[in-house]
Ligand binder design. Structure first.
Ligand code: KG4
Ligand code: ZN
Length: 303
């Protein structure tokens, strides 16, 4: 498999987060070189391509429009089919890059904009069991890092700080939405702010407490779901699944409950095109071709 990735994270870091206009411009500049580079790596030409998969949503409309318009134009010129994929569903398909998927399974999707727990019946067939009611897990890390004056994206910065924590005695509360499988991370952000005001000399300890709180909330709902459904496999995906503490906690759960745990290798946890192609391939085989009148969608529910 050949992949190519262009990241504008360093540019966004200068602003402390993603500026939509900047993201769209960077996409417009990067898209052609990325396509050329991947074709070069694979030793292929445009004429060898059988189909195109593109992220249709959800996300920042400007960046999505660049991708969808580029893909549609290329597909029309080459007279090949195009499939639109859901960005979050694609994250879970990063797992299909390593091996065939096993069903039924639980899917835990943890990214910068979303946190969802899915009951996965088969390829292209799942039910949403729970979602975040406010901030996403990655957002909790990003906002926490901003509070601590650490860089962007916040997740890796919090993980780095947390690794240096020695006392590990500070604690942050995280919401438990009782008998639902939903999540809520806005409270932990407020609590992080208060803890920082009280312990401004302990960024490592606070980062550790934040990481523990987010991981705990995710694990709690995975455990609740395992109590309710007969499941042999758990798939974790999305940028936050790069977090070592989360990976270890999920693997530990798998050992305790005799469940197979699947987490993509780090480069396929965060945004990448290989996962889009993996899902696009399935959708294309199932005949789910994008209509020329369909476009980019800033909001696209996972239903
Ligand atoms: O999936 P992704 O690359 O982009 C979205 O679709 O949002 O996820 C980005 C999110 C950011 O919030 C980032 O802080 C978080 O994933 N992230 C991490 C780590 N690496 C990235 N969170 C915790 N620990 C990490 N090592
Ligand atoms: Zn993503």
């Amino acid at each position: 498999m050949a992949t190519s990735l262009s990241s504008s994270a360093q540019i966004h870091a200068q602003y402390g987060g993603v500026v939509p206009e900047v993201a769209a411009r960077e996409h417009a500049m990067a898209i052609l070189p990325v396509v050329e580079s991947v074709l070069h790596q694979a030793n292929l030409e445009l004429g060898d391509v059988d189909g195109i998969a593109v992220t249709q949503g959800p996300g920042l409309l400007g960046a999505l429009l660049v991708g969808v318009t580029f893909a549609k134009t290329l597909a029309a010129a080459l007279k090949i089919p195009i499939v639109g994929v859901h960005h979050l569903e694609a994250h879970l398909y990063a797992n299909a890059l390593e091996e065939p998927l096993h069903f039924p399974a639980l899917g835990l999707l943890v990214s910068g904009g979303h946190t969802s727990l899915l009951l996965w019946h088969d390829y292209l067939d799942w039910d949403v069991l729970g979602e975040t009611r406010d901030d996403a897990a990655g957002e909790a890390f990003d906002k926490g890092a901003r509070i601590l004056g650490a860089g962007y994206p916040g997740g890796p910065e919090i993980e780095r700080l947390a690794r240096r924590a020695k006392e590990r005695s500070l604690c942050l509360p995280v919401a438990d939405l009782a008998d639902t499988l939903d999540f809520s991370f806005s409270g932990v952000k407020t609590a992080t702010k208060s803890l920082w005001e009280a312990h401004g000399d302990k960024p490592e300890e606070i980062a550790y407490a934040l990481q523990q709180a987010v991981v705990k909330a995710l694990m709690r709902n995975l455990e609740k779901a395992l109590d309710r459904y007969q499941i042999g496999h758990i798939y974790v995906a999305g940028g936050v699944s790069a977090n070592r503490a989360l990976r270890d906690a999920v693997r530990h759960l798998g050992e305790n409950r005799n469940i197979s745990i699947h987490i993509p290798r780090i480069e396929y946890c965060t945004d990448n095109a290989a996962m889009v192609a993996a899902l696009g391939y399935r959708r294309m085989q199932a005949g789910k071709i994008l209509d020329i009148f369909e476009g980019a969608l800033a909001t696209l529910p996972l239903v």
